[in-house]
Design a protein around this ligand. Structure first.
Ligand code: NOJ
Ligand code: CA
Length: 530
């Protein structure tokens, strides 16, 4: 794959469809709403949009419980709306990536209804059914990611079924060849409609231990953690045979031109990179969540970038993610000043960046009152702060009621700052975070050094994270102050340069001599040798 491939040079923008734009006043975002905002996305400079699930679903996990892989939920619109969306996206040069949820279906999916109807039903083996232990307890100690046993007793057929997430999300049996065929056909259904790729939900979960052995206890477990952490997930995920499945999915995409396979994988680096597959026959982009999981510390992040670069297989293309619909927002985690520095980091690292809607307008910490809680995880394990509603609140478009998101009652409350912090206002404000995001994206597009250039760490101490990006004769120095005190950084020996961009608004292009002073919470990009 050449360096010019769209998913290598481009920026992915994640849309949580319930919260992007409502077009019909029911308080829930939809496909026509997304279509109305395509001009904004093109203006911002996104290259691709990834839309979280829009398939028919009882919404027990807000679309990650799919009842039909080849349709659109009426809440989001119709297949005609989808076709119109993709056509208008493509007309603007925007690619469209769908979320594919292969590990589990909804318990309302006709396949599961059949499977649970009797032990002899032809689809029985499409899901994971096991007998109880002699004392009636579940087959093993596996825990659901949303708390409680991962096994649900089915009275009618007197067996347990396995669900890694909610009991309304039974796991498919990916060792069954018919399941694979049916799911690959679902991929083709969307690829034939012009979809440019998939983000595959929990791809590392697809194959479980053939013997269903107990997971070992986790000695570091603390009661303040989600229950899933009670055991180390040795047998319930990341099994060697999963790579065959990933390779087959990739094979389906290879039947088409320039489609991208992105895998959602929460694993340590050395495990994560195995998902590129043997000879890069697996996922193009195994999502790299390390920036989300690492403390906001310059030395730790510098070390992490080096480890990641070193762990990548030959030819494997890197990628970086700063937020998504399952993780506290970056603005909530590190505050508004550092969120600007984080934007510069994300958009100047080597590899494909994925940004999360709303981060570009600086949505921060949003309190969701208990009575407004929607996320099933919050309801299953309350009080631990596990709920994902705070990062799913509606986008703010303008200063009108409900930020222009809906004319009705929004399904989740908006960030109370919405009246002063909205896209329409911020785009005309040269000092805003939105303007910063747009300039960073523009700069990345103009300078291949930033997107595809080589990466080299610049050794520093304390709160400064500095690195060089280089392509052809161009050398760019990125220096980020992750602290709240000014810092001085000497330029590389003999070099001088010119400031291209600061995360703070009041610094113009200026020549830089032997050293540069970074103000508190400031990040800068310097073109060296010019
Ligand atoms: C990961 C998704 O991102 C998350 O939102 C969902 O709850 C689980 N997978 C289950 O599908
Ligand atoms: Ca709607």
């Amino acid at each position: 794959m050449p360096e010019t491939t769209w998913w290598k040079r481009g920026i992915v923008y994640q849309i949580y469809p319930r919260s992007f734009q409502d077009s019909n006043g029911d308080g829930i975002g939809d496909l026509n709403g997304i279509r109305q905002r395509l001009d904004y996305l093109a203006w911002l400079g996104a290259d691709a949009i990834w839309i979280s699930p829009i398939y028919p679903s009882p919404m027990a996990d807000f679309g990650y419980d799919v009842a039909d892989y080849c349709g659109i939920d009426p809440i989001f619109g119709t297949l005609e709306d989808f076709d119109r969306l993709i056509e208008e996206a493509h007309a603007r040069g925007l690619k469209l990536i769908l979320d594919f949820v292969p590990n589990h279906t909804s318990d309302q999916h006709p396949w599961f209804q059949e499977s649970r109807s009797s032990r002899t039903n032809p689809k029985r083996d499409w899901y994971i059914w096991r007998d109880a232990k002699l004392d009636g307890s579940p087959p093993n100690n596996w825990i659901s990611n949303f708390g409680g046993s991962a096994w649900e007793w089915d009275e009618a057929t007197a067996q347990y079924y396995y669900h890694a997430f909610l009991k309304e999300q039974p796991d498919l049996n990916w060792r069954n060849a018919e399941v694979r065929r049916a799911m690959y056909d679902a991929l083709r259904f969307w690829l034939d409609r012009g979809v440019d790729g998939f983000r595959v939900d929990v791809i590392w979960h697809l194959i479980k231990d053939a013997e269903f052995r107990d997971n070992p206890p986790n000695p570091a477990f603390q009661a303040s953690q989600a229950e899933i952490n009670r055991f180390i997930q040795v047998y319930s995920a990341d099994q060697p045979e999963v790579h065959e499945v990933v390779g087959e999915m990739r094979g389906v995409l290879e039947e088409y031109r320039e489609r991208v396979l992105i895998g959602e994988i929460y694993l340590p680096l050395e495990r994560l990179v195995t998902y590129y597959g043997k000879d890069l026959s697996g996922a193009h982009l195994p999502f790299n969540f390390q920036l989300i999981q690492t403390a906001w510390n310059a030395q730790k992040i510098a070390a992490l970038i080096n480890e990641y670069e070193a762990a990548l297989p030959e030819g494997g293309w890197p990628n970086w993610v700063l937020g998504n619909h399952d993780q506290p927002r970056i603005g909530a985690r590190i505050g508004p000043q550092q969120a600007r520095v984080a934007a510069m980091l994300l958009l100047t690292l080597r590899g494909t960046p994925t940004m999360y809607y709303g981060d570009e307008i600086g949505i921060g910490k949003v309190e969701i009152p208990p009575e407004a809680a929607q996320d099933p995880w919050e309801r299953n394990e309350p009080g631990l702060g596990l709920g994902r509603d705070p990062e799913r609140t509606p986008m703010h478009w303008d200063g009108s009621a409900q930020g222009g998101f809906t004319s009705g009652k929004p399904w989740l409350p908006l960030d109370p700052h919405f009246r002063s912090r909205h896209a329409e206002g911020l785009r005309n404000d040269t000092g805003s975070i939105l303007t910063l995001y747009r300039r960073l994206i523009e700069l990345r597009r103009q300078h291949p050094a930033l997107s595809v250039g080589a990466y080299a760490q610049v050794k520093t101490e304390g709160d400064i994270l500095a690195y060089e990006r280089q392509h052809g004769s161009e050398r760019l120095l990125v220096a980020l102050n992750l602290g709240h005190e000014p810092q001085t950084l000497p330029l590389p020996a003999g070099a001088s340069g010119r400031l291209m961009l600061s995360t703070l608004p009041d610094r113009n292009e200026e020549p830089i001599g032997a050293q540069v002073v970074l103000r508190a919470d400031e990040g800068i990009i310097i073109a060296l040798g010019v």
